[in-house]
Design a protein around this ligand. Structure first.
Ligand code: FES
Length: 164
């Protein structure tokens, strides 16, 4: 799905309003609302956090804590190609950190950042449940196992060559 811009989604954005009104004003709905916001905008904009804070009467700091705790929520828009390198134990001992370092170097961004052209974003994850293939990284929904620095180079090259 094409991600939407959050233009003033402090209650004036009809989609934000629609998401909120689907739920009762009950704090236990926080995660579900955040899921919908993340899915729709591709991240959780600050204005959306504010709208949720007002709607559910939850302090902004608490919402921020939840958003930063779960890796599925992001505070910035993800790139068109979102690279996530697993730093779980099995992957780490098999060298995933070097693979992550290579991606940082090639893309000129740090973990949690998106390239200026919006093409790539980078994330370090906990175990994604594919330890048998360690070390592992994903690009959007595709899993790459037995990853090496060379493999990361090749994937990045391939995406960069793609004019889109
Ligand atoms: S530790 Fe990386 S997939 Fe489990």
């Amino acid at each position: 799905m094409e991600k939407q811009k959050c233009e003033g989604c402090n209650g004036k954005d009809p989609k934000m309003q629609e998401i909120l009104e689907t739920y009762k004003q009950d704090k236990s709905n926080l995660i579900q609302i955040l899921n919908e916001v993340q899915e729709y905008y591709g991240y959780v904009p600050e204005k959306a956090q504010l709208a949720i804070s007002e709607y559910l009467d939850i302090p902004m700091a608490e919402i921020y804590g939840v958003v930063t705790f779960y890796s599925r929520f992001t505070l910035k828009p993800k790139g068109k190609y979102h690279i996530a390198v697993c730093l779980g134990t099995a992957c780490f001992v098999k060298g995933s950190e070097q693979v992550l370092e290579r991606a940082k170097q090639r893309l000129g961004i740090d973990v949690g950042e998106t390239t200026k052209d919006g093409k790539f974003s980078l994330e370090a994850t906990r175990c994604i449940g594919a330890c048998g293939l360690a070390p592992v990284f994903t690009v959007n929904d595709e899993v790459y196992g037995k990853a090496t620095v060379k493999m990361m180079d090749e994937i990045i090259d391939k995406i960069m060559e793609n004019p889109e």
